[in-house]
Structure formats: C-alpha cells, structure tokens
Design a protein around this ligand. Structure first.
Ligand SMILES: CCc1ccc([C@H](C)CC(=O)N[C@@H]2O[C@H](CO)[C@@H](O)[C@H](O)[C@H]2O)cc1
Length: 789
C-alpha cells in the first residue's frame, strides 16, 4: 500500500512526498485503493459476460453517495493497512478522509436508497449497473444568515473526482424536439437538437471485495464543440453556445424532493440519462445475444420513481423504429424488462407533464404513449389513462409499462393500493408488491460507528456485516451489565466526538450527559419539524415554570435543507434558529435545554450525528412518509425512536418490540377521518392550553424581537388549516417526550432497550431488501455462486 501511494503521488500527481498537499495525499491514497478495486471489478465484468448473466439496471436521477475513501477501504478490507502505511509516511488517514468532498448527487431518501442498493448489489454478487447523471453541481450548499437558509452552488468537481474513469468511447447521440414523419411503414424522427452523452464509470465494490459493479454517470457534450466562424466574427458567446447549451443539461441537480418542477430542462435531464442508459444496455445485450426479443432474459430495468419513466416509451421506440418489432410485441417485451418503485404519495410530487411541452421535447415518444394508451384501453376498458386533462401522467405510464410496481414499506404499499393506484390495482391485482426499504450496514454501522461495531464484532464475530440478522445474538446480552455498560460507553464516545465537533464548528457547548434528541432529514411540513420546535418551546416553558422539577437535560439537534422554493419550510428553519437564539442563551435553562442546528446537513454529517443519538425523531403525519430510512439508521446505532405509525416505523416497532419504541399519534386512518372535520385544528388547539400558549408566544414575536409579525402567517396557518395535523398529535407527542425523559433517567433499562433496538434491526439491511427485489421482480442471482461463500 505504501509503495502504491508513493507511486501515485509521483507518477499520478507528479509530486514527491515532501511537497505534497493533503489533496495530493488523498488522491494518491484514493488511486491506490482504486487499483485494488479494479482488480475485483474487471474479473466481475468478465465473469458476467462469460456467463451471459442477467444484469440489473438501476435507473435513478439521484445517487446520494457521500464520501468514498473510508467506504472503499472498508469494503476492500484495507483500512488498517492504509492507516498504517500513511502513518509510516507521516500522514493521517482521518485527515485525508475529511478532505474528500461529499458526492451529493441527490436530495434525500430516494437518492441515498439508490446508493445503499448499489453497495448491497455488489456485496450480494448480483451483476448490476447504476445509471444516473454526473451533475456538475450536486445538492446546493446550505448556510444560515440571520437564521435563514441561503443556498450556494455545490462544487464537488472543482477538484478531480478521484474514483471515476471517463469512458470517451462510450458515447451516444441524444436527440430532442423536431418532428416525426411517417413513411414506408415506419416513423422517422427528425430532431431539432442533438447532444452527446458520455459515460463516467465508478467501481462499486462489495464487502470483502466479493464482487465489483459499475455506477455509470452520464455527462453531456455538444456535437459541435466550438463554432470557429462565430469566433472569427468576434461573436464569442455564439461560438460556445452549443457547448453551453449541452453543458446546461447536466449542470445541476434539481433541489426539489417533493414538488415536481414542470421545468423543460428537468424533462430533458430525465430523457437524456434514460435514453443513454437504454441505448447502452441494448448495445451490451447485442454483444452476447442476437435476438432482441430475449432482452428480458438478460436485463432487469428498475425505475427509481417516475423520474426515468420515459424508459418505457424509449425502449418501445428503439424496438419498433430501430429493431423492427411490432408495437404490441415491443410493449410486452418492454414491460417484461421494467419494474417501477413508488416513493411518495404526495400529490405535488407526482410528475405530470403538460402534453404540449412533452410533445415539443419528445414528439415521437408522445406518439408511442398514445399507442400504449390505446393498447391498455383495448385490453382493459376504462383503465385509468396516461394522457389526462392535457397532461402526461408519469405515474400511470410507469405503472402500465412495468410488470411489477412496488411501494417501500408495508403501510405505504397498502396506501398505494388503496389510494394512488386503486383503479389500476383493481385491473392488475398482482402487480403491486411491497419491498420495505433497507440501509447498508457497511456505511451505517461498520464504518460510521467503529466504537459500537468493534464491540459487536468482539461479542459475535464480524459475520453481521454481510448478514445483519446475526445481530439477533445480541438479544442475549440485554441482561449482561458489563456488555450494557460497554454498549453505552460506545454511545458516550460518539456523543463526546459530536460535542467536540459542535464546540469547534459552532462554538456551542453541549453536555454529553444530556439526552441527544435528533431530527435530521429534509425540511418538510409532513415531516413536522415545526411540531418538534413547538414541543421544545413548551418544554422550555415548563422548565422555567418549575426549575427545580429534576428535568432531564436535553440537546435538541436538527439538520436538514429546504427546497429553495419551499417558503413554509424555510420559515420553519428560521423559526428553529430564532427559538434556539432565545433558549440557548436563557441563563435559567441553558444547562437543561440546548438547540443545535448545524448548516449543510449531508451524508457525512449524518455519519457523525446518528451514532451519537439517544432519541430518533420520526414524527411525520401518519400516511405521509413512504418509508423513511434514517429511522433504520438510528435504531441500528442504538437510539430509541419517538414516532408515529407511519412508513417503516410500523415495521421497526414490530421488529424491536413495542415496549422499546415511544409511539404516539393518530394512525393514517384516524388522520384521514379527523381531517374531514371542518375546523378540527382550531377546536383541538382551543382544548390545549399548552399549545395555545406556545402559538401565542410565537405570534407575539417572543422569538423574533423587533419583528413581532414574522410568524403571524405560520401561526394562522396552524389555527386555520394545519393540513399535517400538528394540533391533533401535539399533546400526545409532548406527553410521550416526557415518558422518554423518564425512561432515560433509568440508564440500565434504557441501555437494554437501546441494545434491543440494535439487535432487532437485522431485517432492515438493504441486503435483505435487494434479495426481495431479486426474487420478486428481477429474477436474478449472483453471477458466480462462489461469490457468497
Ligand atoms: C419531482 C421532484 C421529486 C424528487 C424526488 C422525489 C422523491 C421521491 C422524494 C423522496 O426522496 N422520497 C423518499 O424516498 C425514500 C426512499 O424510498 C423514503 O424512505 C421516504 O419516505 C420518501 O419520502 C419526489 C419528487
């Protein structure tokens, strides 16, 4: 390892050790690790080709990867070797790890799930390729100015991306616009605009280097790089116009995670990467097969939500217009290849493109969608339509073009059947299945929590890393006082690590003895960060009223970004920071209650916050959070959950035991009922003196001195609308928090409950989830059974 690092420093960066920067050392280390990755990657690809093994193609607009040095070193089993080699060279492994920018190519849950899935596919030895976009700028960088979110462009590519290999030879033409002519029995698309899609490959190595898969991200290049004539005319902008236009396609990730933008560029992004991916997988198929009609035997294509749903019409277009299949035959073949995962029920998140816009960008595809619609209507009269009220409904398109549709938790899948796709479910009663989400235990326990994973491995060996159900063996330790104290010592270690970081970066001191109560996720009304801050104010009021009541000291930790155009979410951020300013500086309570809100929450910050958490906030309005995956990460790392019966909370509570979960709130059914009562919020708040007082304080500007009316709209909205039913769950939430306080006071009992959570989380490994997809949707297995020995 040492020689490899020095060689990369010298020949890869042209540097000698004495003149190298942290960046140079990090790049040299990364390339030394990448060498080893390649040694697993190439044989895996060769085996897949040799065995004509079926591949999974995971199409996603987002891959929320985070950093890769630690993850790659861990999966290669090279962490200690790298740490030692660097030490010999006078370098510190952790310093280099901290120098790597996050690959923030995603918004939240959907993007992170895709990254966890890639890790599990490789660890299970299932041949797979992730297809996405190589955004020049990932999710914006968040900062706070006067407590308000501001966005700055993210710049991960301002430095070379250490792990990728550019593939200039893997290039496809992607066309947009224009018109379609029909003659000699065929459709001829005459596009208006063409760009090139070029591949950039990153190796994805499984645990213990068992197998190597590829993450292929596309970037856009102009067909005509430079217009010399314009340049010579001095029209420099025109000279690089085509380049600028092409570059725009992959320039930036859309930062919305629940509201479809309807922007033409977003549609072009979706078509760009999907079309390149479909062309690429057909080219690969034809390397080892000659009958395109058997594509479904070699390719399982999964749509990560509706964002790549154009894959259906695109596949049909190529099968009909290029490979000469009949329309019906092409539609059936495409359906046998495609699976579609739904990740949200929020109406505003469902993609509906105006037909005029869709037809302008993709005229041939609109024709094909009409064919698909006609076929569906012919076979299933009265079936819900794709083309509805002048919109192209991407959910219906994805459903109709997939042989399997899945939700991401048991409750969510039931709600998808009962609400979103109830009519299609009636027509296709076996098409919707459930695949409850999961998380990779490599990043989310082994690598981010060495203190706890070391303890676990010491007790039961390290088999759990690739077989998480083995954690069950820890159940037997809940009565073992010595193990329990080691378990809590690991938690303590992580809390001290976090306290030091908060002190260094925010200049705020937090007490590791306090309960660390953490809510980290995108800011959204359905996730109810505002209910959390209202409860915090109510607690503060009670503490001030009864300072001597033996309060359980608490640190409320928030993290999360709001979509730039989502004003209520930005208001919630402002309120949290305003309340923090007042409460954190209140001499009467500052040792009992602190609020911490570090800006720019991302994967790397989650890896530090989650191991240090005592209490995990999963408080969404029941029926709104499709699954959640943060909830799984917290419980796996020994935090107790305070939560509603929503998404995967339901299944977590089943696996860890109801007695080890702080449940509160109305069920999804009860919420739907209660919301029917006009004025339910006002009636409920009038019965809650605690909530009334808190809303009054906010409304009168207690937390916005000099701007009393700042939250009038916010408070008024709760009294008059409260769509996410904070009023209905608030007092139950407050009381349940007090139950948690009480429980936290009994350290041994708490430790046993926390350990029982960790022990009960085996099922939530993304390895189990992927095995479900492989069995129920993709019909694939490891290319080389030996992989799993
Ligand atoms: C078109 C804009 C847009 C972009 C992203 C999305 C995603 C579907 C939002 C998302 O990340 N959903 C989350 O997916 C996770 C993985 O399945 C779930 O665990 C979360 O509950 C769900 O909110 C919707 C709409």
């Amino acid at each position: 390892m040492k020689d490899a690092i020095l060689a990369h420093l010298r020949y890869g960066l042209g540097k000698d050790a004495s003149h190298s920067s942290v960046y140079d050392w990090r790049m040299a280390l990364s390339h030394a690790l990448r060498d080893r990755a390649v040694d697993h990657w190439i044989p895996s690809t060769q085996t897949t080709y040799a065995r004509k093994a079926k591949r999974v193609y995971y199409l996603s607009m987002e891959f929320l990867i985070g950093r890769l040095v630690e993850d790659m070193a861990a999966n290669l089993g090279a962490t200690e070797e790298a740490r030692a080699a660097l030490a010999e060279l006078g370098q510190d492994f952790d310093t280099l790890v901290r120098d790597e920018p996050d690959a923030a190519l995603g918004n939240g849950g959907l993007g992170r799930l895709a990254a966890c899935f890639m890790d599990s596919l490789a660890t299970l030895g299932i041949p797979a390729m992730g297809y996405g976009i190589r955004y020049e700028h990932g999710l914006f960088e968040q900062d706070f100015v006067d407590g308000q979110q501001i966005e700055k462009p993210e710049t991960w590519l301002s430095q070379k991306h250490a792990w990728e290999f550019e593939r200039p030879e893997v290039q496809y033409s992607i066309t947009f616009g224009g018109h379609v002519e029909h003659h000699d029995g065929r459709a001829h698309w005459h596009p208006h605009e063409t760009v090139f899609a070029t591949a950039h490959d990153t190796p994805v190595i499984g645990w213990q280097g068992r197998w190597g898969n590829t993450l292929r991200l596309w970037s856009a290049q102009p067909v005509k790089i430079f217009d010399l004539a314009s340049f010579n005319r001095g029209d420099y902008l025109a000279a690089s116009r085509s380049e600028a236009l092409a570059r725009t396609i992959c320039r930036v990730l859309y930062p919305d995670d629940t509201t479809e933008t309807g922007k033409e560029l977003r549609l072009k992004q979706e078509y760009f990467f999907t079309a390149a991916s479909i062309q690429d997988l057909i080219r690969r198929f034809l390397v080892t097969h000659d009958d395109i009609r058997r594509l479904d035997e070699a390719a399982a294509i999964q749509l990560n939500d509706t964002h790549p749903a154009i894959a259906g019409p695109e596949l049909v277009r190529l099968l009909v217009d290029v490979h000469g299949l009949g329309m019906g035959e092409a539609i059936d073949l495409a359906r046998r290849c495609l699976g579609y995962t739904n990740h949200t029920l929020l109406p505003e998140a469902l993609e509906r493109w105006p037909e005029w816009l869709f037809g302008r960008v993709l005229p041939r595809h609109l024709e094909i969608i009409r064919e698909i619609e006609a076929t569906q209507q012919a076979e299933f009269a009265g079936s819900p339509r794709i083309l509805d009220h002048g919109n192209v409904q991407m959910g219906e398109l994805a459903f109709i073009m997939a042989h399997k549709v899945n939700g991401v938790s048991a409750l969510h899948t039931d709600l998808v059947k009962q609400t979103l796709f109830s009519d299609l479910h009636r027509i296709h009663p076996t098409r919707i299945i459930n695949q409850t989400n999961g998380i990779t235990p490599r990043r989310w326990l082994h690598t981010c929590n060495p203190a706890l994973s070391g303890l676990i491995t010491g007790a039961i060996g390290d088999g759990w890393v690739a077989d998480l159900e083995q954690l069950k063996a820890l159940k037997g330790k809940t009565g073992d006082a010595a193990f329990l104290s080691d378990f809590m010592a690991a938690k303590r270690h992580n809390k001290e690590r976090l306290s030091n970081w908060v002190q260094q970066t925010l200049g705020q001191s937090i007490d590791p003895d306090a309960m660390f109560d953490v809510q980290i996720k995108r800011i959204h009304e359905y996730k109810r960060q505002h209910m959390n801050i209202l409860e915090t104010i109510a607690l503060w009021n009670e503490m001030k009223a009864n300072p001597g009541a033996g309060w359980q000291p608490r640190v409320k930790i928030f993290g999360g970004k709001a979509a730039p155009g989502y004003h209520v979410a930005k208001e919630i951020i402002h309120l949290i920071n305003d309340v923090a300013t007042v409460i954190n500086n209140d001499p009467a309570t500052k040792d009992l209650l602190q609020i911490v809100y570090p800006p720019n929450y991302n994967v790397t910050m989650a890896e530090m916050l989650i191991p240090a958490a005592d209490l995990s906030e999963q408080i969404s309005t029941a029926g709104k959070e499709a699954s959640g995956t943060g909830n799984m990460k917290f419980a796996l790392n020994g935090a107790l959950t305070i939560g509603t019966l929503d998404g995967a909370n339901v299944e977590i509570r089943e696996h860890v035991g109801a007695e080890n979960f702080f449940l509160f709130g109305l069920t999804a059914q009860e919420i739907m009922e209660a919301r029917k009562q006009p004025g339910f919020a006002r009636a409920t708040i009038e019965k809650s003196p605690r909530m009334q007082r808190v809303l009054q304080q906010i409304a009168e500007g207690r937390f916005s001195p000099g701007d009393a009316s700042r939250y009038h709209g916010f408070v008024g909205n709760l009294w008059d609308h409260d769509y996410f039913c904070v009023s209905l769950d608030f007092d139950n939430y407050y009381d349940t928090q007090r139950r948690a306080d009480e429980a936290f006071g009994h350290r041994d009992a708490w430790a046993a409950m926390a350990l029982t959570n960790t022990a009960g989380m085996g099922w939530f490994s993304s390895d189990r989830t992927i095995q479900g997809y492989a069995r129920d949707i993709w019909d694939v297995g490891p290319a080389d059974a030996k992989t799993l020995e």
